[in-house]
Ligand binder design. Structure first.
Ligand code: GLN
Length: 324
């Protein structure tokens, strides 16, 4: 017999090295308009091979097994249909911590780290929250009485867990209407070993704390700080969001009603009944919602002048409302 062995030839030719397969996936993503094509291809391959990015760069010529190739293309296919990378990987980073994410929860965003930072600053400035001065990077402490923080619409628990991790002796209450989301939040609290400091409650905003149906505490229970990143996208704008968001993230975590303000409005109106005097409300808001949010706060007549904090893109993103 002469000529080449077809089988041998095709096997040889279909052999993928790390570099070759990365290029192929990158090209596929680029063609279909997936943002960050190379980065995502690398993240997916890192997952399949269980090595970090640097590991990929140092082994560009490594030949992959058929199983590795198939697993990788399976993930590439999912990402190509615009499933968010974080759902495929099952985790994401927030405030330097790793969080489990599933399609039951909103993927934590970098902007929300600003809210956490402001909450930590607020705690630092409370009389009862003193920073240990002698140690750098030491955790915040609340030595005298327990500091109570409420996180409404806790979702993945990224805000609640981060605050619990950063503030010693704090008691955080994380509320969400979705039982499925709370399962993810609890898992995150467990992984970061702060279960003792957080109580997760299924409920609609403040309902679990109201006088008449308080399953949690007696009347008079108040928080030092209330934080929330509620759904604030106007319903009519959801269909214009990128596919990753509109097709995959939970709509109930995004949709803020007609003008996007329905949750923000309820929270601003009701929060004073659950805040200690001198307490604060910190809220994440959406594009161009500041004016209206300020008006709602001013109508309540119990808050000091509202303060706005911009995000990295210069968009007005976090509102701070202190009780008079
Ligand atoms: N608190 C979570 C976050 O900030 C979830 C917010 C939400 O579901 N709207 O990511």
């Amino acid at each position: 017999m002469t000529g080449i062995d077809i089988k041998e030839f095709s096997v040889h030719n279909s052999r993928f090295t790390i570099l070759k397969i990365l290029k192929q996936a990158e090209e596929k993503f680029r063609m279909s308009g997936v943002p960050n094509p190379r980065l995502d291809a690398e993240a997916l391959l890192s997952r399949v091979l269980d090595i970090d990015r640097v590991g990929l760069y140092t082994q560009y010529e490594r030949i992959l097994s058929e199983e590795e190739v198939n697993n990788f293309f399976g993930l590439v296919e999912r990402r190509n249909k615009r499933e968010p990378l974080q759902y495929i990987l099952g985790n994401t980073e927030f405030f330097g911590l790793e969080f489990v994410v599933t399609p039951d929860v909103l993927i934590p965003r970098p902007e929300t780290e600003i809210l956490v930072e402001k909450a930590l600053n607020r705690v630092k400035s409370y009389e009862l929250g003193v920073m240990s001065k002698n140690k750098k990077n030491s955790k915040l402490r609340t030595p005298d009485s327990e500091l109570k923080i409420l996180d409404l619409c806790t979702g993945s628990g990224c805000i609640a867990v981060t605050l619990a991790k950063e503030i010693e002796g704090v008691k955080v209450y994380g509320v969400d209407i979705s039982a499925k989301a709370l399962r993810v939040a609890k898992e995150n609290a467990r992984r970061h070993e702060v279960e003792e400091r957080i109580r997760f409650i299924q409920g609609n905003l403040f309902e679990s704390f109201t006088i008449h149906c308080s399953r949690i505490t007696d009347h008079g229970f108040r928080f030092d700080l209330i934080v929330s990143n509620p759904p604030y996208i106007p319903s009519s704008e959801i269909n214009f969001l990128q596919e990753e968001v509109k097709d995959y993230e939970p709509r109930e975590a995004l949709d803020g009603g007609n003008n996007g303000l329905s949750y923000l409005k309820r929270i601003i109106k009701e929060a004073p009944d659950y805040l200690k005097s001198g307490g604060s409300l910190l809220l994440e808001i959406g594009y161009k919602q500041k004016e209206r949010v300020f008006e709602i706060a001013e109508e309540r007549e119990i808050y000091q002048t509202p303060v706005i904090i911009n995000d990295f893109a210069g968009i007005e993103r976090v509102v701070k409302l202190n009780i008079r």
